[in-house]
Ligand binder design. Structure first.
Ligand SMILES: Cc1cc2nc3c(=O)[nH]c(=O)nc-3n(C[C@H](O)[C@H](O)[C@H](O)COP(=O)(O)O)c2cc1C
Length: 204
């Protein structure tokens, strides 16, 4: 896909505005060419209802297409994006509740008549940006795994997760390693995501 056709959707999953995750995501986004479309949506300002699982016939089967609420906005934005950036702080070692609820709604949209979520997202790219207080990046492995496996399930590419350190808002701007990684994060051409068990055996 040429850059002219790229449309980035940034989904902000923090419970506070102007936090470290958003700051880091904005640093990475600054590097995108001007002609690449950017759309920013706060999942806190557009709260989704708790997801109700209607997948199986006893509960009725299909999920109706949302029409006039946060779900409609987020579904439309999701279908439009070529690149979805999950910008969630690390909460209890994984994504925030707002972010998780958004991902849970994918399960409904996968079964919404006329939506074709999986076919639409296949080949598109899932990215992740997170801020965490922990000094060791591996503390974010559950979040990374959630996004990687979700991308693999959807047949998407996965750009990995841009990690930054910080506790108070603004701290991440002192994480020089994160700022350096932000400069090149979106220049990658990520491969299709795989589940960990599908990884080719490394050469001896
Ligand atoms: C509910 C909650 C859970 C958190 N859990 C973790 C955690 O598991 N590991 C960690 O390193 N930091 C944790 N933190 C700290 C945040 O990740 C850190 O403050 C981060 O900078 C917040 O991002 P934000 O500024 O974008 O909101 C948690 C903070 C909150 C409010």
């Amino acid at each position: 896909m040429s850059n002219e056709d790229r449309r980035f959707l940034f989904l902000l999953g923090s419970s506070r505005p102007d936090g470290n995750t958003e700051l880091l995501a904005r640093k990475a986004a600054e590097q995108l060419p001007a002609h690449v479309a950017q759309r920013w949506i706060s999942l806190t300002e557009h709260p989704l209802p708790d997801f109700t699982d209607l997948r199986h016939p006893r509960q009725g089967g299909n999920h109706a297409r949302p029409e006039s609420d946060a779900a409609a906005l987020l579904l439309e934005a999701t279908l439009e994006a070529t690149d979805i950036v999950i910008a969630s702080p690390l909460y209890w070692y994984s994504v925030s509740a707002q972010t998780k609820r958004y991902l849970d709604h994918w399960s409904g949209w996968l079964r919404t008549p006329g939506v074709e979520l999986k076919a639409t997202l296949a080949g598109r790219t899932l990215w992740g940006v997170t801020a965490l207080a922990h000094e060791e990046p591996s503390a974010a492995d559950p979040l990374v795994g959630t996004l990687r496996n979700s991308a693999a399930y959807m047949g998407m590419r996965f750009g990995g997760v841009l990690l930054g350190n910080g506790s108070r808002p603004g701290d991440v701007l002192r994480d020089t390693g994160a700022l350096a990684r932000a400069k090149t994060y979106f220049t990658q051409e990520p491969p299709l995501a795989t589940f960990p068990y599908e990884d080719p055996t490394p050469a001896p």
